[in-house]
Design a protein around this ligand. Structure first.
Ligand code: FEO
Length: 395
């Protein structure tokens, strides 16, 4: 590895994963993912987070490149999810005198996942660990971004924030580490997808964390996934803040399930009419779409239109799964409409609409419910009328 020194004595020692096809065995990784880790070197040396166990060998090689045969004195654990804590055991075996640093919940999880470790140091919110030679680490407890133990670490002399999952994104690093070295535009859709899949449920905690960070003068953000943010730091904070508040942009997403293409016919007509009325539209067939891409678009756009056929007297299962994903994340501030189709069991459109009751959406009931096929229905006028009303709310 060619060493990346972010600031005097602060090194990137993370790894890329372009082998795993799924993150958390759930979310696709078309562009891979990076597991970021950093070294802060004063008189004492601290490692900030580790990496997924599958990359431990590369990780140790990167550490050696940064510090040679010097010891690691501390491993600061900002987040215990095993994509970051997986190599703890490996580090402890390689550096037997190392001290694991974390808050009370962190240390409990360390022992739960990796067994008893002899040297641990429990820190509290606001504590400072002096590394000597001008380097010091201040700990900022930020629970539920993304697990209960999550915290951030601030190196005070360089104003560097090690932020854990916050401000991270999918996408392996393609040679560049700092944003100025990266094709940033390629990471922004991966940030939406990452946030929608991993962080969205915890928006209120992201907001609290961002508020708490306002007391710090930050020069760079070093997340656990994706580029280090310097030039684009404010842009990324703003994007996370908007996502956490579920602030949408104009436009609409249509997601539908369709067994034989009849429900899809309605989706196409709605999309066309919305477009004629000036709405930017994205469409997804839930049977073939990537759920993380669908959720990312739902996080992005104001209008949400969902359609499905009746299936076993209920909602077509992949759409039911999508509804659960939206409701469990508590995605707010959307304009909703639903449509459905049936052969002999009507009422699916209303059933879908009711599934979202807890989210208090601004709902436009389009009453578009098709019996069997579009041939037997006078739906065109209703779709035209619906599209005019819906368009006014989302453009
Ligand atoms: Fe990247 Fe929540 O772990």
């Amino acid at each position: 590895m060619i060493l990346s020194e972010l600031n005097k004595g602060i090194y990137y020692v993370g790894v890329n994963d372009r082998t795993s096809s799924l993150f958390e065995s759930l979310w696709s990784l078309p562009a891979g993912v990076s597991y970021n880790s950093y070294i802060v070197k004063g008189d004492k040396t601290a490692l900030i987070d580790t990496v997924h166990i599958s990359k431990a060998k590369n990780f140790i090689a990167n550490i050696k490149t940064a510090i040679g045969e010097s010891p690691i004195d501390y491993v600061v654990i900002n987040h215990m999810e095993p994509d970051h804590s997986g190599a703890i055991d490996y580090i402890v075996k390689s550096f037997p005198d190392v001290t694991i640093v974390g808050n009370k919940k962190t240390i409990e999880m360390v022992e739960g996942f990796y067994g008893s470790i002899s040297n641990t140091k429990v820190i509290n919110d606001g504590d400072v660990l002096d590394l000597g030679d001008g380097k010091s680490l201040k700990f900022v407890i930020t629970p539920m971004v993304h697990w209960p133990e999550t915290m951030m670490t601030f190196e005070q002399s360089s104003s560097t924030l090690f932020s854990g999952d916050a401000f991270g994104c999918f996408g392996a690093l393609n040679g560049g580490v700092i944003d100025a070295e990266c094709d940033v535009e390629s990471y922004i859709p991966e940030m939406y997808r990452y946030y929608a899949a991993i962080v969205a449920k915890y928006g209120t905690f992201v907001i609290k964390a961002i508020e708490k960070l306002k007391g710090l003068r930050i020069n760079r953000i070093c997340p656990t996934h994706g580029p280090v943010w310097q030039d684009y730091m404010m842009h990324v904070i703003d994007l996370y803040d908007r996502l956490a508040h579920f602030t949408p942009q104009n436009g609409a997403v249509i997601v539908y399930g369709s067994m034989y293409g009849n429900t899809e016919d309605i989706a196409e007509l709605i999309a066309r009419e919305l477009t004629v009325n000036g709405v930017s539209v994205r469409m997804h067939n839930i049977a073939t779409a990537d759920l993380s891409v669908v959720l990312a678009d739902i996080m992005r756009f104001k209008g949400l239109i969902i359609g499905a056929p009746t299936y076993n007297s209920s909602i077509f299962p992949p759409i039911q799964n999508l509804i659960e994903a939206i409701v469990s994340r508590g995605i707010k501030n959307r304009v909703l409409s639903t449509f459905g189709s049936y052969t002999w069991g009507p009422g699916i459109s209303v059933k879908i609409e009711k599934s979202f009751e807890s989210l208090n959406y601004d709902t436009v009931s389009c009453k578009i419910e098709m019996k069997q096929s579009i041939l037997d229905n006078d739906l065109y006028n209703r779709i035209e009328e619906f599209a005019k009303v819906f368009a006014e709310k989302v453009k």
